[in-house]
Design a protein. Structure first.
Length: 173
């Protein structure tokens, strides 16, 4: 099987695998640990500040679910984090995909979202992205499914945008 065929098969397997109740509980635990680390870092550096949104939350949830939720979890976690049937030692894949995911934000800021460069190049933002990427990668490997990682990613970015001073789409372009 070619490398691309193997990535495609892994991706579809991660999309088709339905998470069990235990997987959702583990994802909630990962979200709590990740959230505590991100909140501590973000509030201490000024990256986060309490700013409740005045509305539009259904659209924020929907667009965040699509991108970055699905748009980043499918390539970074579904495709590049191996399943249990592929390895019992996923540490290297998890570290590499977390590093690539973190670096991706720099690429986005230089290319697709030039208005985001000031934010996406901040060391505290990149550290929060790495924490998020690590939590999502662990969740993907533990569950075998991409869906808990999509939920973690979506929930964190929604919280950031709606309550923690995250940018509007207009501020990123």
């Amino acid at each position: 099987m070619s490398y691309l065929a193997a990535l495609s098969a892994r991706t579809w397997r991660a999309i088709r695998t339905a998470p069990k109740g235990r997987d959702w509980l583990e994802a909630a635990g990962l979200f709590a640990v990740m959230g505590a680390a991100q909140l501590s870092l973000g509030f201490s550096t000024g990256l986060y500040h309490f700013r409740p949104s005045t509305g539009g939350w259904p659209m924020v949830v929907l667009t965040t679910f699509i991108a970055p939720g699905l748009g980043e979890e499918i390539p970074f976690r579904a495709a590049f984090v191996p399943g249990h049937d592929e390895t019992a030692r996923p540490a290297l894949a998890i570290v590499v995909t977390t590093a690539v995911f973190t670096t991706w934000h720099l690429v986005e800021g230089l290319t697709f979202l030039p208005g985001a460069w000031g934010l996406f190049s901040r060391p505290d933002f990149l550290a929060c992205a790495a924490i998020l990427g690590l939590a999502c990668a662990i969740s993907r490997w533990r569950s075998g499914s991409v869906w808990p990682a999509v939920a973690i990613h979506t929930a964190m970015v929604v919280a950031w945008k709606l309550w923690l001073g995250g940018p509007t789409p207009q501020e990123l372009t």
